[in-house]
Design a protein around this ligand. Structure first.
Ligand code: ZN
Length: 192
């Protein structure tokens, strides 16, 4: 284990930095992972779980904010390792199942994403569809909030007990927020 786990709130740990932005919520009833990182992130996630005294079998839920490759890249191996169900919006579930790349991802990143997704994506049959207004019976209650902006189908997850918002790519720490355009697509050329 090369990285000491950083706690962002009671029971909340994360792998944050570079293009990876995922969180682990450690509750007595089990572990919830929010987003799955780039392809090849599974070992780092498992290392993080071990560092907090957990194992992949403790993971009971995987919540996905949107279908960009840096949020679903390790989803398939993560599901395989944990057996946990995947929660995402209907649109995001479609991209996950069809190994698709959301339309806002522009060339040449779209080409890279498509190749990555074809190689490592898909293979997840039974997802749980969530929508804004839903309340998930996870860790005492997690509310689903529709947050179009970064992508039209982007959702955020609000953990009621500790009042923590898992906002995916809706906001970018330390920099200006991603631009919002009508329909929820980002401005051309501003994608990072
Ligand atoms: Zn994104």
């Amino acid at each position: 284990m090369s990285e000491a786990p950083r706690s962002y709130a009671p029971g909340v740990y994360g792998l944050v930095g570079g293009a990876v932005n995922l969180y682990v919520l450690d509750d007595e009833a089990g572990v919830t992972i929010i987003d799955a990182g780039l392809p090849g992130s599974t070992k780092r996630i498992v290392d993080l779980l071990r560092a907090i005294g957990r194992s992949p079998s403790d993971v009971k839920h995987i919540l996905v904010t949107h279908a960009d490759i840096d949020h679903v890249g390790s989803l398939r191996p993560l599901v395989k390792a944990t057996g946990a169900p995947v929660y995402a919006s209907a649109e995001t579930q479609r991209y996950i199942k069809r190994r698709g790349v959301p339309p806002h991802v522009r060339f040449p990143l779209s080409l890279v994403s498509r190749v990555m997704v074809l190689v490592i994506g898909g293979g997840i049959k039974d997802g749980q569809v969530v929508a804004g207004g839903d309340r998930l019976d996870i860790a005492g209650g997690i509310r689903v909030i529709a947050t179009p902006g970064h992508t039209p189908d982007h959702v955020s997850y609000f953990w009621e007990r500790e009042r923590v918002l898992f906002a995916g790519d809706l906001l970018k720490h330390g920099q200006r927020a991603y631009p919002v355009t009508p329909g929820g697509h980002m401005e051309p050329g501003r994608y990072t």
